[in-house]
Write a protein that binds this ligand. Structure first.
Ligand code: SAM
Length: 464
């Protein structure tokens, strides 16, 4: 049943609020709006509620080295590995959207070879360092940190507004801390690994030292109090955590240290793997979700992955599309000849266009094409993944749906359908949790786990 809120004639109300109150989706839910799609696919969604978000990783070995809220929980990845442990002997795992490496870390803890692609160089660096530094001597790491010179300064990145981001004295301490880390020699493999761990630790304390917060988008926190010596204090704590985890890894997980975990800086839409995989476990970007570049601009700048603002924009425009990409990119896409599409996508695009026109105002008028490009990008990734999936291999995606300009977009069902077009079968779709629409808070969305299986080696014709 849909709730209707009366709006008095001549009532002064801002356009955004009016659109919310007058929305036909006010009080609605994905369950109602998914029905026709589910019917066409001939499936039902199974309830399987579980803690799926990264926040539950904050206290866990290795996962806690970098706070990355867009990731999923290690317990979720473990539950998938456990679920299929009898189906594959020593499975080889792929995560095409590796993020900060939750899948790769958890695979390595289980002794499984894993590969990931990640296109944001900072995030790739974090994932790589997390899985490929397990043999570092914790005593040497701590010692290196304790004796770093304290009188060398590396200036804050000139293109960032560092004076606004940090209090003056905190900034001063950060510059000396960074100067000390930068002065560490990195000639031998061991030195490189130690330096990388210290850089990872440095990047992971930056937001805590700043006047900002990530909840999940980066923004100023008005009353945040940061002690002047926070950079040294937090760094000490972080290095301590890493050393303690290395001790655990080198005792409890000793035999897994040499297990291969490879993170490639590559675009999952085009990267050709030279391996076949048994399990693909991944969480793609959500359509109107986060900007994986602007949210990490502080860390990317300080670690030297971006030298000026336009570097970040370049990375952003090459990722699977988010609703913060450049207008030029979307214009170019709208004019391109060859695009993946389907009846569902075309209907959704048409409905979004009509609603934007009716409203006379929307954050982005090119939203129909952003939605279209999202599925075009995802189809490319799914096609590459399907090619490198073994017979009987499984492709598991965690994804959320969206409500855009009063149009419901069943992202999970559209991706499942793309999977079938590529020759995969839908094994199950499970609801892991309920979410709320960012636009209409009382419209219920979901986050689902899609399990696709390769039962034949042939791609269908419309797999392009
Ligand atoms: C939801 S996050 C993945 C989080 C990961 N499951 C974890 O727990 O750390 C999606 C990631 O995909 C990356 N990404 C987006 N488009 C990509 C592309 N075309 N190729 C490779 N990586 C991409 C983003 O930079 C982001 O880190």
């Amino acid at each position: 049943m849909q709730l209707k809120i009366p709006i008095m004639e001549n009532e002064m109300i801002d356009v955004r609020r009016r659109n919310v109150l007058l929305s036909p989706k006010f009080g609605g839910s994905c369950d109602i709006d998914s029905k026709p799609y589910l019917k066409e696919l001939g499936i039902e969604i199974i309830e399987r509620r579980q803690p799926i978000q990264f926040t539950s990783n904050f206290g866990e070995h290795v996962h806690r080295w970098a706070p990355y809220i867009q990731g999923f929980s290690s317990s979720f990845v473990q539950s998938i590995l456990d679920q299929y442990k009898n189906d594959y002997e020593s499975p080889i795992i792929l995560d095409p959207f590796a993020g900060c490496g939750t899948v790769l870390t958890q695979s390595k803890l289980n002794g499984y070879v894993s590969i990931g692609t990640e296109l944001n160089p900072l995030i790739k660096f974090i994932a790589d360092t997390k899985v490929n530094s397990w043999d570092v001597d914790p005593k040497l790491l701590m010692q290196t940190f304790l004796i770093i010179p304290k009188n060398l300064r590396s200036s804050a990145p000139a293109f960032l507004k560092s004076e606004n981001h940090f209090n003056k004295r905190v900034l001063n301490n950060l510059e000396f801390l960074k100067g000390g880390i930068d002065s560490i020699p990195a000639k031998t493999e061991s030195q490189i690994k130690i330096k990388n761990l210290l850089l990872l630790a440095f990047s992971s304390i930056l937001i805590d030292c700043s006047n900002l917060k990530r909840t999940p988008c980066l923004g100023y926190w008005k009353d945040k109090k940061v002690a002047n010596d926070a950079p040294w204090e937090l760094m000490n704590q972080k290095v301590n955590d890493i050393c303690n985890d290395l001790i655990v890894l080198q005792s409890k997980y000793r035999k897994n240290i040499r297990v291969k975990s490879n993170v490639v800086l590559a675009n999952a839409m085009e990267f050709k793997h030279d391996h076949f995989f048994d399990l693909v476990i991944t969480s793609p970007p959500y359509m109107n979700g986060l900007d994986y570049v602007m949210n990490y601009k502080i860390e990317m700048g300080w670690l030297g992955f971006t030298k000026e603002s336009k570097d970040a924009k370049k990375v952003k425009d090459s990722l699977v599309v988010c609703d913060n990409v450049s207008k030029g990119l979307i214009r170019e896409f709208s004019q391109a000849n060859s695009k993946y599409t389907s009846k569902w996508i075309e209907n959704i695009k048409a409905d979004i266009s009509t609603n934007i026109e009716r409203r006379g105002n929307y954050r982005r008028s090119d939203m129909p094409y952003i939605v279209h490009k999202y599925f075009d990008d995802m189809q490319k990734v799914m096609k590459m993944v399907t090619k490198s999936l073994r017979h009987n291999g499984r492709f598991i995606l965690v994804v959320g749906d969206s409500l855009i300009a009063d149009v419901y977009v069943p992202t999970d069902l559209i991706l499942a359908r793309i999977g079938t077009e590529l020759g995969l079968s839908i094994e199950k779709i499970e609801r892991a949790r309920n979410r709320h629409s960012g636009q209409i808070r009382n419209y219920r969305l979901r986050e689902t786990i899609i399990t696709l299986k390769k039962t034949s080696n042939r791609m269908r014709n419309n797999g392009r």
